[in-house]
Design a protein around this ligand. Structure first.
Ligand code: NOJ
Length: 530
């Protein structure tokens, strides 16, 4: 049987506003992405996923769509998109779009009509509820702060917004809404895109009885986190519609679906959404929540994932994305940032599953420090200073050391990180020891190895708890990955006896000689052995 392309693929996430600006307005665009396709191809990834590019008032930077059938002028035109798709395909790069269909913008014609009266044909396209002004119907909270209910003076009713108040949640229980959203998906499939990342896919259906979410005992300063949000997500109907969506996408051949499952239930829930017949992949966000930097905490995530997924579903790991602080900064001890980043990159790209790289990770981009006056993200603006928001991971891609890092001719929409003189593509391309070249070499090795792409994962006992080691096997091919999370030199035998010779094929320390037991690992060393 032919293996689906996405199983062995590495997918590169682009946040279009921040990747490359081609027209000097300080905001990245589609032509900018097209101009960097060679860079993406040389990096060695198989597909790109673009955060939303549809027409949008940009209250949540594209995650508030006002027209699913058009490109926002800030990103370019439909011709620009067609050109990007064609050129990417010519270079063998697949293109995945973000499908944001839990909610629209309040400027979408559907919502404008819906809010115009209680009796118009789209009156029931969103979630409208009677109530008294000032007394929301229940305790449901918005992710970005405050009640999820907004009062509409015209209809004298509340409508639901789980994100900003300009992002009304659609009513998936209305068959016309569902049909129209399926048409959106079809439109882009017909255009030839290679798949979708479904935004907050587990939020589509809400409890019809509008039951209050049960409060948690432990209190957080973020109101949303004070509840088990069980009545606003993971309703049983969602899984049924996911199966229908998958059926539709499957009818177009080998495309991919990836779910953003926003859950507190972790691995179990990622599995639920990717069981046979459901989505192909669901991001495993557990590395984002790892606190501390230890072999055990990363190994625990992988072991649990392996146990839950077995052969029934395919894992999908990420270290970061456009919603979370840059992983290199998150795991920094102030001294070994790059060593730790290379170690984690080695893990990400050698585990069983489809890895996603968030743009800039491959050059070691750090979290940007954005002062309140410069904040753009509604989450940061609403929750400041409790939360800083997500602008820090959305700063412009650093292409070179010029004033705006080669991202734009004009002042960018978010400040460029001050480290752009040291951390940038141009400089790193010329430095054999750079993190960029490390990623490239590692991706090359992965591409050439069936074991790393598709092989089984077998945990290896280590005699040091701070070493994470595993085998990847495929037919005759075997690769052993050894990762030292220690800041010190350690010796490991990996449960092997005798005097075996192990041949290193890749690693952080450029080893040429065969390794003999016990293996002495340098601080934060990663080795892949044949
Ligand atoms: C998840 C997206 O990743 C995030 O950026 C966005 O704000 C929300 N969904 C709402 O669409």
């Amino acid at each position: 049987m032919k293996t689906n392309w996405w199983k062995s693929a590495v997918i590169y996430q682009i946040y279009p506003r921040s990747f490359k600006d081609s027209n000097g307005d300080g905001i990245g665009d589609l032509k900018g992405i097209t101009s960097k396709l060679d860079y993406i191809a040389e990096l060695g990834v198989d597909a790109i996923w673009l955060s939303p590019i549809y027409r949008s008032p940009m209250k949540d930077f594209g995650y508030d769509v006002s027209d699913y059938y058009d490109i926002d002028p800030v990103f370019g035109s439909m011709e620009d998109f067609d050109e990007l798709l064609q050129k990417a395909h010519e270079k063998g790069i697949k293109v995945i779009l973000d499908m944001v269909i839990n909610h629209t913008s309040d400027q979408h014609p559907w919502f404008k009509e819906s809010r115009s009266s209680r009796t118009n044909p789209k009156a029931d396209w969103y979630i409208w509820v009677d109530g008294e002004r000032g007394t929301p119907p229940n305790n449901w909270q918005s992710y970005f702060g405050g009640s999820a209910w907004n009062w509409d003076e015209n209809r004298k009713q509340y409508y639901l917004c789980l994100f900003t108040k300009e992002q009304p949640d659609l009513n998936w229980r209305n068959p016309e809404v569902k049909k129209e959203l399926f048409n959106v998906v079809k439109f882009w499939l017909d255009k030839g895109v290679d798949g979708f990342r479904f935004d907050v896919v587990n939020l589509y259906y809400k409890d019809t009885k509008l039951r209050n979410n049960p409060p948690k005992k432990k209190k957080s300063e973020i109101e949303f986190e004070n509840y088990y949000n069980i009545f606003t997500k993971d309703r049983p109907e969602t899984l049924l519609v996911v199966e229908e969506l998958q059926e539709l996408v499957d009818s177009y051949g080998d495309r991919v679906t990836i779910g953003e499952v926003a859950t507190d239930l972790g691995v179990i829930q990622y599995f639920e959404y990717t069981k046979p017949g459901r989505l192909n992949l669901a991001f495993n966000f557990e590395f984002k929540d790892v606190r501390g930097f230890s072999a055990r905490s990363f190994r625990d995530v992988v072991e649990l994932t392996e146990k839950v997924f077995e052969d029934a579903a395919w894992p999908c790991y990420v270290l970061g994305n456009h919603d979370s602080p840059r992983f290199i900064s998150r795991f920094s001890d102030g001294k070994h940032e790059e060593d730790r980043a290379k170690l984690l990159a080695t893990m990400l790209l050698t585990l069983r599953g489809t890895p996603f790289i968030y743009m800039g990770e491959e050059i070691g981009m750090r979290e940007g420090e954005i002062p309140f006056e410069k904040l753009q993200d509604p989450e940061g603006i609403n929750l400041w200073p409790k939360r800083k928001g997500r602008d820090g991971c959305r700063t412009p891609m650093q292409w070179n050391d010029t004033e705006y890092a080669g991202f734009s001719e004009a002042e960018p929409w978010l400040p460029v990180n001050p480290d752009k003189d040291i951390v940038n593509v141009e400089k790193e391309q010329n430095d054999p020891k750079s993190i960029l070249n490390y990623y490239k070499e590692l991706l090359k090795l992965r591409k050439s190895s069936s074991a790393l792409k598709l092989g089984e994962y077998i945990a290896v006992e280590t005699d040091n708890p701070e070493v994470f080691a595993y085998l990847r096997t495929y037919g005759e091919e075997e690769k052993l990955v050894i990762l030292n999370f220690n800041a010190e030199t350690v010796k490991v035998r990996l449960g092997l006896s005798g005097s075996r010779e192990l041949k290193p094929v890749f690693g952080t320390h450029d080893r040429k000689e065969s390794l003999s037991l016990p293996i002495e690992l340098a601080p934060f060393e990663a080795i892949i052995v044949e």
